[in-house]
Design a protein around this ligand. Structure first.
Ligand code: PGA
Length: 279
């Protein structure tokens, strides 16, 4: 199954807007349920998940943590949609004011959690050591880590990634490695929410990134297990460019920021992705 992960960052700003966004997204004709079933929205409403058909694409919503429970009620275990989180703290509980642990996320039914997003590194000083501890806390709580790696500088494409990736996977037992989703997320390609980024990575750049991730991972795991690991792309993905980044020989999915906040546009990304994706 391939993946489209919506990262809403610090948006939207009310529970009502969050539930409306989820509802608008899951009602798109272009989404995996093929518009077969329509789900009336009410603040207390539930999605009749059982009507959804299984497809090759899974959509994960990484909402701000305080909305996760409401989204979970709305999704009601829908098979094509999953609950995600944007961050966690690596300790399970204790005197860590303001933090949310992987254990707490697991208790809410979270299945995926981003670790090491470039904005966490840029604004909150998150280090590779922090990211490593978060990954092990997530794995311990059966949450799939969505681990972001990428270069900061557009003139130094792919530099430093091999070392970062080696460092991250070094301490992870082989048996757990397959559970991780890796994101090639060049910080320079991420939209600031206002000005579109010019000159995004080309399909050739994406292919080189994928090969580099695979080559580095292959030092630790067998070819068969390597094929089970998903490597996806994040950075200014839209319905127009998703085909440049995902598909056969390219990435296995996308981490979508700004465009995932617009239901119609996000629905088109999933549709365009599903039509280019081979797996
Ligand atoms: P963006 O965000 O799609 O808004 O550029 C991508 C990301 O968060 O990785």
């Amino acid at each position: 199954m391939s993946l489209i992960i919506a990262n809403w960052k610090m948006n939207p700003t009310s529970e009502q807007a969050v539930l409306k966004l989820v509802n608008d997204i899951i009602q798109q004709d272009t989404l995996p349920n093929g518009g077969q079933a329509r789900y009336p929205f009410s603040p207390n409403g539930f999605v009749e998940a059982s009507k959804m058909q299984d497809t090759k694409t899974k959509v994960v919503f990484c909402a701000p943590s305080l909305y996760i429970k409401s989204i979970s009620q709305l999704l009601n275990n829908a098979s094509n949609f999953s609950l995600g989180a944007q961050n966690c703290f690596y300790e399970e509980f204790g005197t860590y004011t303001g933090e949310i642990s992987a254990k707490m996320l697991a208790d809410l039914g979270v299945k995926y959690c981003i670790a090491g997003h470039s904005e966490r590194k840029k604004y909150f000083g998150e280090t590779i050591e922090d990211v490593k501890k978060k990954i092990s806390a997530l794995l311990k709580n059966n949450i799939i880590p969505v681990v972001c790696l990428g270069e900061d500088d557009r003139t130094k494409k792919l530099s430093g990634i091999e070392n970062q990736l080696n460092d991250i996977i070094n301490d992870i037992p082989k048996s757990k490695l397959e559970k991780i989703i890796f994101v090639y997320e060049p910080a320079w390609a991420i939209s600031d929410g206002e000005n579109p980024v010019k000159d995004l990575p080309s399909s050739d750049d994406i292919l080189s990134a994928k090969l580099l991730f695979r080559k580095t991972l292959s030092r630790k795991i067998s070819k068969k297990n390597l094929d089970n690991i998903k490597i996806i792309y994040g950075g200014s993905v839209t319905s127009n460019n998703v085909g440049d980044f995902v598909g056969e020989n390219l990435m296995d999915g996308a981490l979508v920021g700004g465009a995932s906040l617009k239901a119609k546009e996000f629905g088109k990304i999933v549709k365009n992705f599903s039509s280019t994706s081979s797996s």
